[in-house]
Design a protein. Structure first.
Length: 277
């Protein structure tokens, strides 16, 4: 427990952690939240705030604060999640490997306890950085965009289900899970750039696979409900929508993947001959 606390404290007080928080906020502000069909113009959160006055914002339901907070979890945010969440711990762990400092930390505890604490502290801090960034963005969105009661379409928006805790929990689970591949790679790689990039490309490939399966499931020729369920199950962004249906199957799918990577990480680390390498 002491080893975990020390490692976790080191992660959350590092420059990398707060850079992750800042990058999360920037990506959320850069997300597309409104599309003007009359002018074929796409508006990010930044552009909507600069191009529309307060009086104009209330005319568009998509620019209500609660809607912006939900819809900002878009393409850029999800695409770069594996890099952002892993940046909390990957540079530090790689430096420790290069300086052969790991053996001195293992001497203070057991090898197994050290590896478990490294894994858990890295994963938790990765999810925490993204969820903290999301909370900061949500607070800014509530301050800068009109609330439901101010909108001209207030009656329609009041019926929408908005759960900030559930949304934040989804972001934490999403960030925590996508930090696991990078943590696993640290068990046999030392180059931080490779460790950060491989999960990014894996997630991009999974995104492409999901979109292909989803399009086949909802094709105009034939709607395949079973294929649609498979698509939702393999959706790499599924943890973000943890408040929606199929939450149990999604948690089970990602949970099994996380446990397998955790076990593989421990096996590789335990087999190391030189604990400082």
């Amino acid at each position: 427990m002491r080893s975990f606390i020390v490692t976790f404290r080191k992660n959350v007080t590092s420059l990398g952690f707060w850079l992750c928080v800042g990058m999360t906020v920037l990506l959320l502000f850069a997300a597309e939240v409104y599309f003007d069909y009359s002018t074929q113009t796409r508006y990010s959160v930044f552009r909507a705030l600069t191009d529309f006055s307060r009086e104009e914002l209330v005319n568009h339901s998509e620019l209500c604060s609660t809607t912006v907070v939900q819809n900002a979890r878009g393409v850029w945010f999800t695409l770069f999640a594996p890099i952002i969440s892993a940046f909390c711990f990957v540079p530090t762990m790689c430096i420790q490997r290069e300086q052969n400092a790991v053996r001195f930390q293992i001497f203070r505890t057991t090898k197994l306890k050290y590896n478990i604490s490294q894994f858990l502290s890295g994963v938790i801090s990765g999810g925490l950085a993204m969820s903290l960034g999301y909370i900061i963005f949500a607070a800014a969105a509530f301050a800068l965009f009109p609330g439901v009661s101010e909108m001209n379409s207030a009656e329609m928006l009041q019926d929408a289900n908005f759960n900030l805790f559930g949304l934040t929990l989804g972001v934490w689970l999403f960030g925590a899970f996508w930090s696991i591949p990078a943590m696993f790679l640290t068990s046999f790689l030392q180059n931080k750039y490779i460790i950060l990039c491989i999960p990014f490309f894996i997630k991009y490939g999974l995104n492409q696979t999901y979109e292909k399966v989803f399009q086949d499931a909802v094709s105009p020729e034939k709607f395949d409900k079973n294929l649609l369920e498979i698509a939702n199950l393999i959706n790499p962004n599924g943890l973000l929508w943890i408040n929606d249906s199929n939450r149990l199957s999604v948690i089970l799918m990602f949970g099994i993947s996380a446990v397998l990577l955790f076990c593989a990480y421990l096996v590789i680390e335990q087999k190391r001959g030189d604990c400082g390498a």
